[in-house]
Design a protein around this ligand. Structure first.
Ligand SMILES: *[C@@H]1O[C@H](CO)[C@@H](O)[C@H](O)[C@H]1NC(C)=O
Ligand SMILES: *[C@@H]1O[C@H](CO)[C@@H](O)[C@H](O)[C@H]1NC(C)=O
Ligand SMILES: *[C@@H]1O[C@H](CO)[C@@H](O)[C@H](O)[C@H]1NC(C)=O
Ligand SMILES: *[C@@H]1O[C@H](CO)[C@@H](O)[C@H](O)[C@H]1NC(C)=O
Ligand SMILES: *[C@@H]1O[C@H](CO)[C@@H](O)[C@H](O)[C@H]1NC(C)=O
Length: 476
């Protein structure tokens, strides 16, 4: 055989292999299967009802992953419009509709082999299917009417792709529920990109470069349940931005550069249950800026530059269950700063500059289970500061400056399971459950199983009653 022919043969084989691998980078299925999206959802009421064993309450709260099924129509809640009209039932329609998943392949291959020829997709899930030509590339959808989910993430998608794919007059995305464009290069967005997505429930725009949000962009998305904008460059929230989103339950604005929250920033979000504002640049926030959020259960303000909260700041957020204030520069918790949070279960105040906690600061936190004050500068604690916290299960006072804990400081902690007292200036441990140094009461701290008192370099004296009062200790 001639060399020339051999080369051609090898090239042909290579070409075949490339084509074959290219095809295996896409999969067609008839359902969403194990595909899941980040969906914060409301916390199930049992989320915090952990057993003594896994008392690490904080790990349970916050992010939950559930699969798509609740958002996507099923036989019980059939899709609303524009489905092919067969004589028979939904089952046939469903088996006719397909889900396309592709990763690490070219947009051209996806468009030519899958999108242009087939008009019956209900889901298109693309990951690392990069844009090559930003001014022209888009999803070459033959028919968008059945689409429920479009994901095109980690693919260098810019606003031009969004405009070319979604903002076209002849397009009708009347069944689209989930749009995920995370980890791309979007820097600005416009109202008309989303104006045909009127049933949309989840809009995922995290990890882009969004900085300027026009105040009307969400006006046509009144059915949105979750909006994720975390990891962008948003510095300001225009007035009334969220007002059209009365059904929104989860709003994630974490990891942006927000430095200012106008007083009415959250007006209209009466159904919001989770607000994530961690890792921003918040310094001063207006009094009761969250007052419209009457359904709020989770508020994350961690890793900002917050200094203090005025009395009654959270008074109208009566449903709050999880409050994260860690990683700020808060110096004191005054008497009524947390007043009225009767449902609060988890409070994280760690890594602040607290020197002082008012003795009545926690008085209305009847349900608090988890309290973290680690890494502050507290040098004195009033003896009754924890006396209202009868549900408290986990308390972390490590890395503070106090030299002593007043007698009877834990006299109400019948539920306490875990106590951390590492790296303090404690010089002695005296009676935690009674004013008198010698009183023994095995009942009060009977649930305490885990006690950590490491690195207390000044600790010289431990009253014998300390250990007699914690009869069920398992780990020291
Ligand atoms: C996106 O663009 C960057 C920079 O040009 C490149 O390094 C990266 O690989 C691209 N992403 C994909 C999925 O191709
Ligand atoms: C909350 O959602 C319900 C049902 O989706 C709706 O009827 C109600 O108007 C919403 N509340 C607000 C304040 O928009
Ligand atoms: C915040 O953004 C930076 C840079 O975009 C990233 O490296 C970091 O992982 C993000 N953190 C979170 C919590 O999303
Ligand atoms: C109780 O013990 C602490 C620490 O050992 C000590 O400083 C204090 O004086 C004692 N109080 C009484 C009333 O004996
Ligand atoms: C105790 O101190 C050592 C050395 O400073 C440190 O490595 C360790 O993490 C500390 N342990 C605790 C529980 O603070």
């Amino acid at each position: 055989m001639h060399l020339h022919t051999q080369v051609v043969l090898i090239l042909t084989q290579l070409f075949l292999i490339v084509r074959v691998t290219d095809q295996t980078k896409c999969a067609l299925t008839s359902s969403y299967g194990t595909v899941s999206v980040s969906y914060f959802a409301t916390l199930p009421s049992s989320a915090l009802e952990t057993d003594a064993e896994d008392i690490d309450v904080d790990a349970d709260v916050g992010r939950h992953r559930i699969d798509l099924t609740p958002l996507v129509p099923t036989a019980d809640s059939p899709p609303q419009s524009d489905y092919p009209t067969y004589n028979d039932d939904t089952e046939d329609v469903n088996s006719f509709l397909k889900v396309l998943s592709c990763s690490d392949t070219s947009l051209r291959a996806v468009n030519e082999e899958y999108l242009r020829p087939v008009d019956s997709y209900k889901g298109i899930l693309l990951e690392r299917v990069p844009v090559q030509n930003p001014s022209a590339d888009h999803l070459a959808l033959k028919n968008e009417n059945y689409l429920e989910i479009v994901r095109w993430r980690d693919s260098n998608v810019t606003e031009q792709q969004v405009a070319l794919t979604f903002a076209r007059d002849e397009r009708k995305f009347s069944n689209l529920l989930i749009l995920d464009l995370s980890a791309n290069l979007l820097s600005t967005i416009r109202r008309d990109y989303f104006s045909r997505l009127e049933r949309l429930k989840l809009l995922q725009l995290s990890a882009n470069q969004l900085h300027n949000l026009p105040s009307d962009i969400f006006n046509d998305l009144s059915n949105l349940v979750e909006l994720d904008l975390h990891g962008n460059r948003v510095g300001e929230l225009p007035l009334h931005l969220f007002r059209p989103l009365g059904k929104l339950r989860v709003l994630n604005l974490a990891n942006n550069t927000i430095h200012d929250l106008p007083r009415n920033s959250f007006a209209g979000l009466g159904n919001l249950t989770e607000l994530h504002l961690a890792h921003n640049r918040l310094y001063v926030v207006p009094f009761q800026v969250f007052k419209e959020l009457r359904s709020l259960e989770v508020l994350d303000l961690s890793s900002n530059m917050l200094v203090s909260f005025l009395d009654n700041f959270f008074l109208l957020n009566k449903q709050l269950r999880v409050l994260r204030l860690n990683g700020n520069i808060i110096e004191k918790i005054s008497k009524n700063a947390l007043y009225g949070l009767r449902r609060l279960q988890s409070l994280d105040l760690s890594s602040n500059k607290l020197v002082f906690i008012d003795r009545n600061a926690f008085d209305t936190l009847d349900e608090l289970r988890y309290l973290n004050v680690n890494q502050n500068q507290i040098y004195i604690l009033p003896s009754t500061v924890f006396s209202a916290l009868r549900s408290l299960r986990s308390l972390d006072l490590s890395n503070n400056l106090m030299r002593a804990l007043p007698n009877s400081i834990f006299a109400s902690q019948h539920s306490l399971v875990r106590l951390h007292l590492d790296a303090t200036n404690l010089e002695s441990l005296s009676n935690w459950v009674s004013r008198n140094n010698h009183t023994v009461n095995k009942e009060i701290l009977r649930n305490l199983r885990y006690l950590s008192i490491r690195n207390n370099t000044r600790l010289k004296e431990i009253e014998p009653c300390v250990f007699r009062n914690v009869p069920n200790l398992e780990t020291l």
